[in-house]
Write a protein that binds this ligand. Structure first.
Ligand SMILES: Nc1nc2c(ncn2[C@@H]2O[C@H](COP(=O)(O)OP(=O)(O)OP(=O)(O)O)[C@@H](O)[C@H]2O)c(=O)[nH]1
Ligand SMILES: [Mg+2]
Length: 292
């Protein structure tokens, strides 16, 4: 048996989650155009004939400014540390010098690196060639794959390379397991995705979602969730005039949940002011940002 942890690392917004979902073939991670969409390490497991790939999506690498971001970077560091294979993602938009810190860290690692140059649908063959040359010079040992996660271009070849690099190992998870996360987690992430989509500036970054009820009755799920914000004014914005903004979040989140869970979903949303949640280690632990 061959199996291993394939950890997806990179700067914010390069398409790590889009790539993870394409590799796994399921929408496990939420995706938006805003940076810091992913806050957790999320595993997606693919089983095949004689092998198991345990992918981990991770938050984008950043300089932390508050405790939540510190914890997010702890997840990234853990993932860099326990990787059997590192899937390092860049895109055709970000500048090459944004990778200096990571390149320095890589020198100390022994895990093989697959470098994905993502979003090639946004560039020309000539520009891409220069990027590949730059990367080949910086990481001569790495396996380099230009790709478009969004258009699912070159995903098959990344998978083939990953399988070829898997170490001899017993499977980490039994075959029916496809992620380390439970249904409540996916419900809260789907709501958070809609918040990232519909609110601007600091609002998504001051917001957390917790699922307070998750009841199954036949083909129906009854879900209640609290949207935590940091200030009264943010609560007003989330709810919107006559509740319209919150209603839109609720409708779209419910639809996505119904697709993901393949059940009829009844969703109730509440908004609470929770001033220091991003800084408070106890709250962060309660919200799922403890050890991981
Ligand atoms: N044009 C293009 N856009 C892409 C591609 N892959 C991802 N995107 C877009 O890039 C944005 C960020 O994608 P994510 O997958 O959320 O990026 P991420 O690296 O997980 O971001 P964080 O979790 O915030 O660090 C989204 O708007 C995606 O639709 C691609 O191959 N081509
Ligand atoms: Mg992400």
């Amino acid at each position: 048996m061959r199996s291993g942890f394939i950890n997806i690392i990179g700067n914010p917004n390069v398409g790590k989650s889009t790539l993870m979902n394409a590799l796994v073939g399921e929408k496990l991670s939420i995706i938006t155009a805003k940076a810091q969409t992913t806050r957790h390490r999320i595993m997606g497991i693919v089983n095949g004939d004689g092998f198991q790939m345990v992918f981990s999506d991770t938050p984008g690498i950043l300089q932390p400014h508050y405790q939540l971001q510190e914890n997010m970077m702890r997840f990234v560091n853990a993932a860099i540390g326990d990787a059997d294979i590192i899937l390092y993602v860049t895109d055709v938009v970000e500048k090459f010098d944004k990778h200096a810190d990571f390149l320095a860290r890589l020198q100390r690692l022994t895990a093989p690196v697959i470098l994905v140059i993502n979003k090639i649908d946004l560039t020309t063959p000539e520009q891409l060639e220069t990027m590949v040359e730059n990367w080949r010079a910086a990481l001569p040992e790495a396996f380099i794959f230009p790709a478009s996660a969004k258009e699912k271009f070159n995903i098959d070849n990344i998978l083939k390379q990953t399988i070829a690099l898997l170490p001899e190992n017993p499977a980490y998870y039994s075959e029916e397991v496809f992620t380390d996360r439970n249904l409540r987690f996916f419900a809260s992430e789907i709501i958070r995705e809609k918040i990232l989509l519909h609110y601007d500036k600091e609002i998504p970054y001051c917001t957390e979602v917790t699922v307070t009820q998750f009841k199954e009755a036949g083909e129906q799920y009854y879900i209640e969730a609290v949207i935590h914000v940091m200030r009264d004014s943010q609560k007003g914005i989330i709810i919107g005039r006559g509740g319209a903004a919150l209603k839109r979040v609720g409708i779209q989140a419910r639809k996505d949940m119904e697709t993901f869970f393949e059940k009829t979903v009844h969703l109730k949303l509440f908004v609470k002011v929770n001033p220091h949640w991003r800084e408070d280690p106890q709250k962060l632990k309660l919200f799922g940002y403890g050890e991981n």
